[in-house]
Design a protein around this ligand. Structure first.
Ligand code: SF4
Ligand code: SF4
Length: 187
């Protein structure tokens, strides 16, 4: 997901316990960190966009792997709580079928059409498919493609996704961590 264009998920629903180096996410302290750093992080990303370092996409791949060793989405779910994924027509057909509904019924029940961006979006947040008790997605196997790819950390070319990361850095601890790591490497 991107902000308006959706959040998504890295949930490992079979995970029973966290590796020692992986700490649960505390959203309250994350929000404090965002308040202190978001301006600098967005500025840094803007510089990367204008003047990308060599091998940026390769670096993003390496950092992406590191980030998912440290971030536990199941202790977070902030994307599902605060943002909406975009639903493509393919997503809608697949998920509607999962509920034995028609795409029209599905849209009427849960979505609205954003005229400005031309996207189908959730009418409410948190997402209706998020289990707030467990932070798990009730439609994990058929979730929107946007959710499955979120937060798109190693999406290529990275320079074309900088505006996405600039939005998500304020909502997604994984994106925040990626930018922190990029700053460490490039400063
Ligand atoms: S770390 Fe990012 S992708 Fe993972 S649950 Fe939190 S907001 Fe979503
Ligand atoms: S469909 Fe699932 S993964 Fe996507 S926003 Fe809703 S709860 Fe999260």
């Amino acid at each position: 997901m991107i902000w308006h264009n959706a959040v998504a998920h890295r949930y490992c629903k079979h995970k029973q316990s966290l590796p020692l180096y992986m700490q649960p996410i505390n959203l309250r302290s994350f929000k404090q960190k965002v308040r202190h750093h978001q301006k600098a992080f967005k500025k840094f990303l803007g510089k990367i966009e204008k003047n990308p370092p060599r091998h940026l996409d390769k670096m993003a791949e390496t950092i992406d792997a590191e980030v998912w060793q440290e971030i536990d989405c199941l202790s977070c779910a902030n994307c599902c709580k605060t943002m909406s994924p975009t639903f493509t027509n393919t997503d809608i057909k697949r998920i509607a079928h999962h509920f034995s509904m028609t795409p029209k019924e599905f849209k009427e029940k849960w979505l609205y059409f954003d005229e400005e961006d031309g996207d189908w979006m959730n009418t409410k947040q948190p997402c209706q498919f998020l289990n707030l008790g467990t932070n798990m997605c009730a439609i994990y196997e058929v979730r929107p493609a946007d959710c499955a790819g979120f937060p798109h950390l190693k999406k290529k070319k990275m320079t074309e996704y900088i505006h996405v990361h600039q939005q998500n850095v304020s909502y997604c601890p994984a994106t925040f961590k990626m930018v922190e790591k990029m700053m460490e490497r490039l400063s």
